[in-house]
Design a protein around this ligand. Structure first.
Ligand code: GDP
Length: 410
């Protein structure tokens, strides 16, 4: 069974963006870079390296499933598809509910657009920690500072740049990492290349120094140790900055901002690093609450050893024309062959198959544990929004009276 400590390496994230900002391109690149380093079954049964990227490269990889699992530096990232509708549909709300953190993609030219505001406010309501990725730095008219300012002024957020762009438009070379104090260069011709770290060229030193100072000043507002060091003029180490920034991000006090060009393959690997660095694991999130048999509020711990409770957040058929029920397990472990109870429908369901969906591949697994996301095959009575739990241990995770006005729900 999965151990509690393994959950620290899981990230359940969404990618949110205004249409055209580059959500699809960024997602595809994430799947590409993570696909490169991932060996399917490596942990469980030692099967072959996933070599599909070569075949898929020409066709492009697109995310088609409600939740796609990928791996980055020994961490498991579940990307939950977050519809970018303007409407407050129950579907958007539900997808926001099952994720723990998000990447907000902005266009460096357009900045914050009205639609981004809507999704941002929804994410605020669900208290979802976010990092921002200012994409399209290579485009004419790209303006990083303006975009950061708009995140502050229009969204009321507290953006903290952790990178600066080195050049922009056709001159966009790479990014300057304010924490590592290096310039990161990417080989846009060769996907999957290592990031090259070089010393910051003299032409950027002044800008870098000012931006790093600002980063430390902001962090000092939330972190006493950094405040003391800052006031004493003592140098602050990279691990200290990461740790303070993580805390402030999880507490929704700041939004770390990065930049790049997904299309030109620049900046995506550090973005993945930041997902691990700043966004919460299921263990960072408070225990899930629901309604017990007598209408009382009950909670369940994020622990594979507890009793099982899961929320079905999306029904979808895949290309094998099987009906998949995407679930987030909040508590306990769901095992293949087990019987579970659906308290909403008052029915028992048998779990005949459990799948993890990767960019181009389905993987059958024996179980999924608290904090993780997967898809179940063969449920007969369950619909979206239902809870699965153990009989006699009833919990309903999604209240019947959904809080928002519901538009367009079937
Ligand atoms: P989505 O609507 O947010 O999913 O946006 P897409 O990823 O489909 O991108 C919209 C358009 O912008 C497409 O034509 C992409 O090729 C282009 N695009 C995406 N990222 C970049 C980028 O970093 N630089 C440039 N120049 N174009 C980009």
């Amino acid at each position: 069974m999965a151990a509690l400590k393994d959950l620290a390496d899981v990230r359940n994230i969404g990618i949110m963006a205004h249409i055209d900002a580059g959500k699809t391109t960024t997602t595809e690149r994430i799947l590409f870079y993570t696909g490169r380093s991932y060996k399917i079954g490596e942990v469980h049964d030692g099967t072959a390296v996933m070599d599909w990227m070569e075949q898929e490269q020409d066709r492009g990889i697109t995310i088609t499933s409600a939740a796609t699992t990928c791996f980055w530096k020994n961490n498991k990232i579940n990307i939950i598809d977050t519809p970018g509708h303007v409407d407050f549909t129950v579907e958007v709300e539900r997808s926001l509910r099952v994720l723990d953190g998000a990447i907000a993609v902005f266009c460096a030219v357009g900045g914050v657009e009205p639609q981004s505001e809507t999704v941002w406010r929804q994410a605020d309501r669900y208290k979802i920690p976010r990092i921002a990725f200012v994409n399209k730095m290579d485009r004419i008219g790209a303006n990083y500072d303006r975009c950061v300012k708009m995140i502050r002024d229009r969204l009321g957020a507290n953006p903290v740049p952790v990178q600066l762009p080195a050049g922009k438009e056709a001159e966009f070379k790479g990014v300057i990492d304010l924490i590592e104090e290096k310039m990161l260069l990417f080989d846009e011709q060769s996907l999957g290349q290592e990031v090259t770290k070089v010393d910051i060229p003299s032409e950027y030193i002044e800008e870098f120094t000012a931006a790093r100072m600002m980063l430390l000043e902001k962090l000092a507002d939330f972190d006493e140790e950094i405040m003391e060091k800052y006031l004493d003029d003592t140098s602050v180490s990279a691990p200290e900055i990461y740790s303070a920034l993580r805390k402030a991000t999880l507490a929704l006090k700041v939004v770390p901002v990065l930049c790049g060009s997904a299309f030109k393959n620049k900046g995506v690997q550090p973005l993945l690093d930041s997902v691990i660095e700043y966004l919460p694991s299921p263990l960072d999130v408070k225990d899930v609450e629901g309604e017990g048999s007598d209408g009382e509020v009950v909670s369940r711990k994020t622990d594979p050893a507890e009793k099982m409770a899961a929320l079905v957040f999306k029904l979808q058929s895949d290309s094998f024309v099987e009906n998949l029920a995407f679930v987030r397990i909040y508590s306990g472990t769901l095992k293949i062959g087990s019987k579970v109870y659906n308290p909403v429908k008052n029915k028992q369901e048998k779990i005949s198959k459990i799948m993890k969906l990767h960019a181009n591949k389905r993987e059958e697994v024996q179980e999924i544990a608290a904090g993780d996301i997967g898809a179940l095959v063969g449920l007969k009575f369950t619909t979206t929004g239902d809870t699965l739990c153990e009989k006699g241990d009833n919990i309903i995770l999604e209240s019947m009276d959904f809080p928002e006005p519901v538009i367009g729900i079937a």
